[in-house]
Design a protein around this ligand. Sequence first.
Ligand SMILES: Nc1nc2c(ncn2[C@@H]2O[C@H](COP(=O)(O)OP(=O)(O)OP(=O)(O)O)[C@@H](O)[C@H]2O)c(=O)[nH]1
Ligand SMILES: [Mg+2]
Length: 447
Amino acid sequence: MFERLSEKLESVFKKLRGHGSISPELIKATLREIRLALLEADVNYKVAKELERRIEERASGAEVAASLTPAQQVIKIVRDELTAILGGTFTPIQFAPPPSVTPIMLVGLQGSGKTTSAAKLALRLTKEGKRPLLIAADVYRPAAQDQLRTLGEQIGVPVFAERGVSPVELARTGLTHAKHHALHVAIIDTAGRLQVDETLMAELRAIKEAVNPTEILMVADAMTGQEAVNIAAGFHKEVGLTGVILTKLDGDARGGAALSIRSALGVPLKFVGVGERPEQFEPFHPDRMATRILGMGDVLTLIERAGETVDREQAQELGRKLRKKGEFDLEDFRQQLLQVRKMGSISSILKMLPGANKLKLDDAELDEKQLVRVDAIISSMTPHERHKPQIIAASRRQRIAKGSGTTVTDVNRLLKQFTQAQRMMKQVSKMTAGGKGAKGRPRLPWG
Ligand SMILES: Nc1nc2c(ncn2[C@@H]2O[C@H](COP(=O)(O)OP(=O)(O)OP(=O)(O)O)[C@@H](O)[C@H]2O)c(=O)[nH]1
Ligand SMILES: [Mg+2]
């Protein structure tokens, strides 16, 4: 859903990377583009404005980490602020202190996904070891209760439903039923309306009064766009929301609503629905969402890790070398290994690079002992061999194995790993070259 926004932001960052130093004017222009990208993605203009203000404040401040380039710095700030505006960290469900039953009320417009989400939430709580009850307080359409019953059977959660009673009465007796059966949570599915109308609100207020819910979650359809913010505001004013479940994120909504609700209302997004099936439900993690929107795989994590451990000058030197095709030799490989050892395994690093997940890398055995061996093998080579590994034929391999106290198999394996890494580095350098990269492949935010 955030593809277009991601694309836009990526091109903004790409431009930024073309500049060695970043002037206040450049920051302003960048921020303007970011704001336009957000607005185009249907983000509420107040939210976009606020995000811009926050980024500007930090970007123009003296906050500079030596390990990052100015462009990386700005990207990191954007990521941090986007995370903050999405709510910072995951906000879990609040439970009533045991042995009380925790009543959770789901509200929302017709067809937003309340009944489906009720079952999804119940299944999730079951997996956490809780025993939930589903209460079918949508009494107006017999089919609504049947729908919940069917879902309950599917996921093995009891459903409380009765015909011919008011929603308030049903919610109340359902809760009592949960207490008597020593269940932990009572999830109340309510009826939806096409509009936020007074009758619906009065009914919801009455249910709230009757069961005193620990959580009142609004279920919002991501496809609603901007309007979702207004609808949520209406519900919040009338019944007081404690959280939002955003459904149909698997659809092709532009997603702006997701970015706006939390910031506009101060109500956290708690879960997202990503499909029709009961297990297609995920906790909402603002940080992960921000990274996803920035469209960089886990590359920001990589920036952070690299920032902690790799000396920036060395990283630049390597980047420069990599950009010159074919200049990556065994000496670099050895340096790389030593550097990488500080950061984690090679594969774990490479996997974080966009596009790299498609490449196979067989370095499972690159543990500490291996590194010592690799070091010994490379030391037994002549400088010429290190620079041009392709000249290392069978006889040379035997000599190197002997000289390093290893076997020809070890030497072979090393050369194979080197070839893989070399290929990998070529790809990465294409990605970092900006402009020269293969079409469609994401680029690294530095370079
Ligand atoms: N693709 C997708 N479909 C969803 C998701 N959540 C719900 N749906 C579908 O949306 C439709 C409406 O879902 P319901 O759970 O019946 O919605 P509701 O809010 O209970 O509707 P009313 O009770 O009529 O107000 C169903 O076809 C669901 O399968 C989701 O996260 N992704
Ligand atoms: Mg329903």
